[in-house]
Design a protein around this ligand. Structure first.
Ligand SMILES: *Cc1c(COP(=O)(O)O)cnc(C)c1O
Length: 393
């Protein structure tokens, strides 16, 4: 059984379809008309919600990238259900030989980064299926992918030996250090390693002219033109978030003008209680906050279970009626208490914005992540899968 749905007063996520489309368009403009833009939907679509983002990404992007086999199969089920045309779908995460076969049966591409393919070949022959594979080359991240040594030792020769059941569709790699820097020397070395690896592979395996090369995630797509190859694999940027401040600075230099990225997500929460606490009252677990004056507080039924980081205690604010309202005391599992003394005029129910725009103020995922000493990638992917999500235009 899955987690029972929250009640009507739960906090909720709003996704802007127009912002998503505009972000895809921004990456199309950066990549140029001859390149394809692929959308990365891993991590529950960066916490935004796989089911809600899929229709948007399917309509706007040329290819879809996921981590798990089930996500790949869910995309095929969505297409069948909607009578939609098939997009290129690539599972970039780990698969077993059995999963590789099931994905091949569904025309989902898989990444080969180890000997899984070899083990799957007899099964593919038995079932008369063809696997569509992208070979991951480790050019310096030290994560999945074949090293040059492994290529030279023949670990990918199965591609040449099993051409009856394996089609080589792509060659890819992934950068280690494009987001956190404003100079790209390590990335440039990785590009060189990529061309050496492709050359080494070509000596052992035929590589057709139409085999796609893809390397760039959001940051490289923006700031490192030689990394764009045939397709860019864009995650964070499509959700309207810059990979980092450094990427924004570099993009200004490289592109001249900054592409407009618009956050897709807003997180709002109705109040559970609004009331006055007299001066001297303590607020929350550990009695870490004490009201210096009579304080009108709102209790919000949202907490770290929902993905609001406890480490933001003592630093965070939320927005009510376009005003900043400090979070008082500790973030709890299911509650936040905020100071609304000046943001409202009475004790009627209110709605607080935890992320997104409210009036003239807005609160970014970067800001909330910073309060919690983490990055916005982690913050958004940890937003509870149980939260209600609604797509607005
Ligand atoms: C996560 C990921 C991406 C997307 O990265 P962003 O920085 O979110 O754009 C692209 N490629 C691979 C292999 C990834 O793991």
């Amino acid at each position: 059984m899955s987690v029972p749905a929250p009640g009507a007063l739960a906090s909720r996520l709003e996704l802007s379809a127009s912002a998503f489309r505009a972000n895809v368009a921004a990456f199309r403009a950066v990549a140029g008309p001859q390149r394809r833009v692929g959308a990365v939907l891993k991590g529950n679509a960066y916490g935004h919600g796989f089911a809600e983002v899929l229709p948007l990404a399917h309509a706007a992007a040329d290819a879809l990238y996921v981590i798990t086999p089930n996500e790949g199969l869910a995309i095929r089920a969505f297409e069948a259900d909607q009578a939609a045309s098939r997009r290129d779908v690539l599972v970039i995460g780990a698969v077993t030989p059995g999963e590789l076969v099931e994905l091949s049966a569904a025309d989902v591409d898989v990444v080969v980064a180890d000997r899984t393919l070899e083990a799957a070949v007899p099964l593919l022959r038995q079932r008369k299926l063809r696997a569509r594979v992208h070979v991951h080359l480790d050019t310096g991240l030290g994560r999945e992918g074949f090293t040059l040594k492994q290529l030279e030792a023949g670990e990918v020769d199965v591609l040449a030996q099993a051409r009856d059941v394996v089609e080589l569709k792509g060659l890819l790699s992934h950068f280690a250090n494009t987001e956190d820097v404003t100079e790209q020397s390590y990335a440039t070395a990785q590009l060189q390693a990529f061309s050496s690896a492709v050359a080494a592979l070509a000596r052992r395996v035929p590589i057709a002219a139409d085999v796609q090369r893809h390397f760039a995630a959001s940051a490289a797509a923006l700031v490192l033109p030689p990394s764009r190859f045939d397709v860019v694999r864009v995650g964070i940027g499509l959700y309207g978030l810059w990979p980092s401040t450094e990427t924004r600075l570099s993009a200004k230099v490289v592109l001249g003008e900054l592409p407009a990225l618009t956050p897709v997500l807003s997180w709002r929460c109705p109040s559970q209680v609004v009331k006055w606490l007299p001066a001297g009252s303590f607020v929350g677990y550990g009695c870490t906050w004490r009201c210096g004056a009579d304080t009108r507080v709102a209790v919000l039924p949202v907490g770290y279970w929902d993905g609001y980081p406890r480490l933001a205690s003592g630093k965070a604010h939320v927005l009510v009626n376009g005003r900043r309202c400090p979070v008082l005391g500790r973030v709890m599992m299911n509650h936040l208490i905020i100071d609304v003394t000046h943001a409202v005029a009475d004790e009627r129910p209110l709605v607080a914005t935890l992320l997104g725009r409210d009036g003239d103020e807005s609160l970014s995922a970067e800001t909330l992540a910073g309060w919690a000493q983490t990055i916005h990638y982690e913050l958004v992917t940890r937003l509870g899968a149980h939260l209600p999500r609604r797509v607005v235009d």
